[in-house]
Ligand binder design. Structure first.
Ligand code: ZN
Length: 420
């Protein structure tokens, strides 16, 4: 796939994947189109060599894999479906001061400031009692801009540009309407009605998040940047998804995208959970075969990397400071916050070098803490040799992040070549 088509598809995927549930649904649609067969974890599997499969957990994590005869050494790609956001509380409605606003929790380590003065919409999963008296669930996406978190005017806060702190409980509640007749259940039923779901007897629970309605775009004098919400880590989801769809069925490849990375991965659908291990054990029921596979496979954990910010360059080690549009970033950390080692780096470098694709190194400053990602968690839990990589990104965990126009396509080419 050429870079232009690749990046246009990326913008569409970013806009459509407003929550981890929607990202998972969109990836499943892609896998269906590419001939992957849907599996369900609660059924007995009857895997047939030569076919390819996908399976989801909690509607928010997905694994897709080819299943060639006698396959042993898999190339695996890992990513995460979730991004920091404002998540609705179970009883969200607050009526005061002439408006209706929603109480929210912050999900993950989000930068709060950029959430002010944005045209916000709401999306996620709703569980309900349907007209037949059964528990049912669906994804909703309001799509319209239905809320805003207004800044406090500078006249009322003369320190706003010097020392601004934001209280997560009181300062960032999105405001919906001045019509105080608002009823939350009616609002949700209206969304279900739009999907053709009628006769709902009770709304039981919801997992709804706010998102910015501004579309993903190519920005810069030469369209140098891809600017969007949720680039961390939908960028890697998109690259991983397209990579496995581009690889022939007789090449062993697996793609896993987990939820809950931004809150530590410790959940049933997170990388710290059993999803990948359970799936691999069912692919290789003989224990010795399973261990042979895990010990001969390579996991490439793809999560965004901090590009050096030209206005804040001192935040990087200057010998390990990735630039946008200068290639995929190899992430290393002596304290194993990243799982890369010289063996796994070498395998990736050989393929990238053969293709002529550039690579960069990232090591965090020794006097600063280092973030982590799913790589070390998967390496620890499953025992697969792992490499942590990422695409250089500005403003990570902002409501709108920036990455390069060249880098994602470069990673795609490397991942496909790794599996061939
Ligand atoms: Zn991430």
């Amino acid at each position: 796939m050429n870079k232009k088509d690749f990046n246009e598809g990326l913008l569409g995927f970013l806009d459509a994947s407003v929550t981890p549930f929607h990202a998972t649904q969109n990836m499943c649609g892609m896998f269906e189109n590419a001939g992957f067969i849907k599996l369900n974890e609660v059924d007995r599997w009857n895997l047939q060599a030569g076919k390819k499969y996908y399976v989801t957990r909690n509607d928010s994590s997905v694994i897709a894999f080819t299943y060639p005869k006698n396959a042993k050494a898999y190339v695996m790609v890992g990513a995460h479906t979730d991004s920091p956001n404002l998540k609705l509380k179970p009883n969200p409605v607050i009526k005061e001061h002439g408006v209706v606003k929603f109480g929210v929790e912050s999900y993950g380590g989000l930068l709060l400031n950029p959430w002010f003065d944005r045209d916000l919409s709401l999306a996620g999963r709703v569980n309900f009692l349907n007209k037949d008296g059964n528990i049912d669930r669906t994804l909703i996406d309001v799509k319209q801009a239905i809320a805003v978190v207004p800044s406090l005017a500078i006249h009322l806060d003369d320190k706003a540009n010097k020392d601004k702190t934001i209280n997560k409980q009181t300062d960032i509640c999105p405001i919906l309407t001045t019509n105080e007749d608002f009823d939350f259940n009616e609002f949700v039923e209206w969304q279900l009605d739009k999907l053709g779901i009628q006769g709902v007897k009770e709304i039981y629970a919801h997992e709804l998040s706010f998102y910015d309605t501004q579309k993903a775009a190519q920005v810069g004098l030469h369209k140098d940047f891809i600017v969007s919400a949720r680039l961390d880590n939908l960028l890697s989801c998109y690259v991983g998804m397209l990579s496995i769809c581009s690889v022939p069925d007789d090449k062993p490849m697996l793609f896993v995208a987990n939820d809950h990375e931004e809150v530590g991965s410790e959940s049933v659908s997170g990388a710290g959970g059993s999803f990948l291990e359970n799936t691999l054990r069912r692919m290789f029921e003989d224990y010795a075969q399973y261990v042979e596979m895990t010990r001969s496979s390579l996991m490439i954990s793809a999560d965004n990397a901090h590009a050096i910010h030209p206005n804040f360059a001192s935040k990087h080690d200057k010998e390990h400071a990735p630039h946008i549009n200068k290639g995929v970033v190899l992430k290393v950390n002596a304290n194993q916050r990243y799982a890369s080692n010289s063996n796994t780096i070498s395998k990736f470098m050989k393929v990238a070098n053969e293709l002529g694709e550039p690579l960069q190194h990232f090591v965090t400053r020794s006097d600063m803490g280092c973030g982590s990602t799913i790589g070390p968690i998967t390496a620890t839990r499953i025992g697969i040799d792992t490499l942590d990589i990422g695409l250089p990104t500005y403003a990570m965990h902002s409501i709108r992040e920036s990455a390069g126009n060249d880098d994602a396509h470069s990673l795609y080419k490397i991942l496909v070549a790794m599996a061939l």
